[in-house]
Each structure stands twice: as structure tokens, then as C-alpha cells.
Design a protein around this ligand. Structure first.
Ligand code: FUB
Length: 442
């Protein structure tokens, strides 16, 4: 295991998730679910880098894991350009959720329908037969929305009834969904009994008790509170604060059980130091005998493995020296160790070009870049087949000769040996060793 100088574990041989658990791109507002395939999935917001504000949020990614430690970026599932009814300027793809019912995955996301964004929120729905790809927008739930009405959460109960919750600006609403999962049986009602509700509603069920967790209004330092009820739509009994401030002005989380253990997924800004470049974290969540949630301890280590690390089916590893051309001042260097790398990537004009990358049969592929850097937070700019995938974090490995660093993203590739991958610098001194391409099988 390699741990860098700010405590982030950067290699594949991880034994705990570490916190943040997702480091290559910035993610927030995690909604975690365990589906019938036995894996756990995170549906997260995507804070686009470089930072500007929450208006830039776009291009939702899904992450999956079998062991809670290794999280696979399953790639982008929806962007504002795909939303025909959305605001013309795009962006504002805020905290989503996903539900599964009768063979279909329903992805719920808040998005404004107008340039006047804060008065025009709607809850969009995209559907797929798969948990992490193939989503198509189906429009928005009619009769919902308006000022600050964000952060949808959907629970499918033991009797297959589904309920939706959402809210912001101090109001939390809940209602029962019809069988189509896109319309309401009896409209929405305000959830009663919550104390200091701000946003980020999340509902789960344990031992026949419903829990509604949410962010409170503590200025610039929201905490997470919760309430319980024997009915999915309340009234709720307020039970207390269970997550203290994370150091980020927003807080947003989800609670889920996986392989017999309960977890809290939440976000902080530990990597970037910026409230609009957040990162998903995971810690244990525990209950007292009476069903109370114990205060969550925020750790740097995260949570330990609950199973074997997954083995990818087929990979193509391409070494920097042999397989790429360099431009704009980037150099191919042979180190004392004998390793050949691309170096001198400090300027944004400097880049390495990998051509003829095999996309297999085409479709999604995980791209992993292997690197060394002594910088606390270097970044690599990725362009694939002329599509901009922006900045990938390259956290410190402890030095320019320490090749423990992996940063990754999943992208679409064309079938066959026709793909071009460009990796540009300009965000810190990095030695790039290799890239690994792993096609994702459906
Ligand atoms: O991520 C954008 C917004 O910030 C979410 O919708 C809120 O819950 C807060 O996390």
C-alpha cells in the first residue's frame, strides 16, 4: 500500500476505502444502493473541475463496488445536453437518486427547466434496464417542483410501493408514486416533525422503522439530522444530529446496508479545499438498541474490505515511452530505474498522444493512468477522440519516482484499434508511466 503525504492511498492494493473514497474526479451528494447483482452502486453529483460554482455541475457518473474498497467508475450516464426540457444554458445537474422496480432502473435528478433556475426546478427521470449505463431521459414528474425544490430520494418499500421525497429551502415533501414511477398517486404533502430541515432528504427502512435523514441549516457548516416514523410519509419523530460538519458548507448523505454492515455515504472537500469541488466519503453507521443512530466518526481510513478485489476480464496496458508521441515540450525520459516515462508535463501545451488504442468491440472502457508526482494535487487533462474529459486528479505519490499513482475515468471508445488518447499537462509536475484500457462488459 502506498499512502501519499496527505494520507490518500493511491494504489490499487487498497485495504480500506480511504476518505475520500473517490478521488479521480470530484463527486458529491452520494446516493448508494445495493442491487440484485450483489454490488453496491453510488449515484453521485459531479462537480466539474475547474471550480466555479454549483451551476457547472453536470455529467452524472455512477460508481460500483463489490468490496467497498475498490470503486469502479462506470462512466457518465446523463448530462444536461440530453435533457430536452432543461434550461437552455445546461449545468445544474444536482443531487440525484436511483430506484429499481420491475426490471427497470429509474434515475431521478433535479434540474431547472428555465434560465431563472431557482424558481424552475423539476425532477427529471431517466430509465434503463441496467444499473449503470443505457439511461434515457423520459421527461419530468408533472406537478412537482418550483422554488428550491431539489434533491429527490425514492424508496421502494417491501410491498413494492414507491415513495418520493424532495425538498430545499426548509421544506421537505413526500408522496406515493404510481406504478409508472413517474406520476403521483395523491400529490405531495409536507413532512411533519422534522427539525431544522434544509435539504438532502434520504429515506431508508430498518427493522420496520422508516428513517428520514437530511441536512440542517447550520450556516456554512451543515450537519446531518434524522427523524423516524412507522409510516413512510410520517408524521416523523425528530431524533437528533448524527453527522457533524465535514468542513464543507454543504452536507448530503445516504445510508445503506451492504453485506450485513450499515454505512454512511457523504461528501467533504478534503482534496480540493473548495466547496464546489467535493469528494465522496464512506464511514460506518451504527445503531443503538432503540434504533437511534450513533454519531458517525469521520475517518481518513474509510471502511475495510468486505470481499475480494475484482479482477478485470481483459486489459490493454500501454507504456508511455514505446507507445506515444510527445508535443509542446513534453519529453520521453528514461529514469535511473530503467522506466521510460513522459515527463515535463508542466505546461498546458505539453501533451502525450497515444494512437491506435484498441476499444475492443466498442462501448465503455475504463482508462487508468499510472503516474508519479511529488505535488500535493497535480492534474492531467484528458481528451479522447477529440472529446474533452477535462481534469483528472493525480494525487501525490510521494515523489516523481514513486509510481504508485492511478487516476481513472470510464469513457466511450470506438470499436477496434482506432482510438486516440491525449493527455495534457499544465497542472503540476508529473511523470506518466502507462495507461491501461479495460473494456467494461455489460
Ligand atoms: O450539490 C448541489 C446541492 O448542494 C445539492 O443538491 C444539495 O443537497 C447540496 O449538496
Amino acid at each position: 500500500m502506498t499512502t501519499n503525504d496527505i494520507g490518500f492511498e493511491t494504489t490499487r492494493q487498497k485495504t480500506t476505502s480511504m476518505n475520500p473514497a473517490i478521488t479521480s474526479i470530484y463527486t458529491a451528494d452520494p446516493s448508494a444502493h445495493v442491487w440484485n447483482d450483489g454490488k453496491i452502486y453510488i449515484y453521485a453529483s459531479h462537480d466539474m473541475d475547474p471550480a466555479r460554482g454549483c451551476d457547472l455541475m453536470d455529467r452524472y457518473h455512477v460508481f460500483s463496488s463489490e468490496d467497498m474498497v475498490h470503486w469502479l467508475d462506470e462512466g457518465e450516464i446523463l448530462r444536461s445536453d440530453d435533457v430536452s426540457w432543461g434550461r437552455p444554458e445546461g449545468g445544474f445537474m444536482w443531487a440525484p437518486d436511483c430506484a429499481y422496480k420491475n426490471g427497470t432502473y429509474y434515475f431521478y435528478y433535479p434540474h431547472p427547466s428555465d434560465s431563472n433556475w431557482n424558481d424552475s426546478w423539476k425532477i427529471g427521470v431517466a430509465t434503463s434496464s441496467y444499473p449503470a449505463h443505457g439511461f434515457t431521459d423520459q421527461g419530468y414528474i408533472k406537478g412537482l417542483g418550483g422554488f428550491a425544490l431539489i434533491d429527490p430520494c425514492v424508496i421502494v418499500d417491501d410491498d413494492n410501493s414507491a415513495y418520493i421525497y424532495y425538498g430545499g429551502g426548509s421544506v421537505c415533501l413526500g408522496g406515493k408514486l404510481n406504478e409508472d414511477m413517474m406520476s403521483l398517486e395523491n400529490g405531495m404533502t409536507e413532512m411533519q416533525g422534522l427539525e431544522d430541515f434544509h435539504e438532502a432528504a434520504w429515506v431508508f427502512k430498518r427493522n420496520n422503522l422508516y428513517y428520514l435523514t437530511y441536512a440542517d441549516n447550520l450556516e456554512d457548516n451543515n450537519r446531518m439530522r434524522y427523524a423516524t416514523s412507522e409510516n413512510p410519509l410520517g408524521p416523523w419523530t425528530y431524533r437528533g444530529i448524527f453527522l457533524e460538519p465535514t468542513g464543507c458548507s454543504t452536507t448530503h448523505g445516504s445510508v445503506v446496508e451492504f453485506k450485513g454492515q450499515w454505512y454512511l455515504f457523504y461528501h467533504n472537500q478534503a482534496i480540493s479545499g473548495e466547496g464546489t469541488l467535493r469528494s465522496v466519503c464512506i464511514d460506518y453507521l451504527e445503531f443503538d438498541e432503540d434504533g437511534s443512530i450513533r454519531p458517525v466518526v469521520q475517518t481518513r481510513e474509510g471502511v475495510p474490505s468486505v470481499g475480494p478485489a475484482p479482477v478485470p476480464a481483459r486489459q490493454q496496458k500501454v507504456y508511455a515511452g514505446a507507445a506515444c508521441q510527445v508535443f509542446g515540450g513534453a519529453e520521453i525520459r528514461t529514469l535511473q530505474s530503467g522506466q521510460t516515462v513522459v515527463g515535463n508535463l508542466q505546461s498546458s501545451e505539453a501533451y502525450a498522444l497515444f494512437k491506435n488504442i484498441d476499444g475492443g468491440e466498442g462501448g465503455r472502457a475504463s482508462i487508468e493512468l499510472h503516474y508519479a508526482t511529488g505535488e500535493r494535487l497535480a492534474k492531467l487533462h484528458l481528451t479522447i477522440n477529440d472529446q474533452d474529459y477535462s481534469l483528472l486528479n493525480a494525487l501525490s505519490t510521494g515523489g516523481l519516482q514513486e509510481f504508485g499513482g492511478i487516476t481513472n475515468i470510464t469513457v466511450p471508445l470506438e470499436p477496434g484499434n482506432v482510438n486516440t488518447i491525449q493527455i495534457s499537462g499544465g497542472h503540476g509536475e508529473i511523470n506518466l508511466l502507462s495507461l491501461t484500457v479495460t473494456p467494461l462488459l455489460d
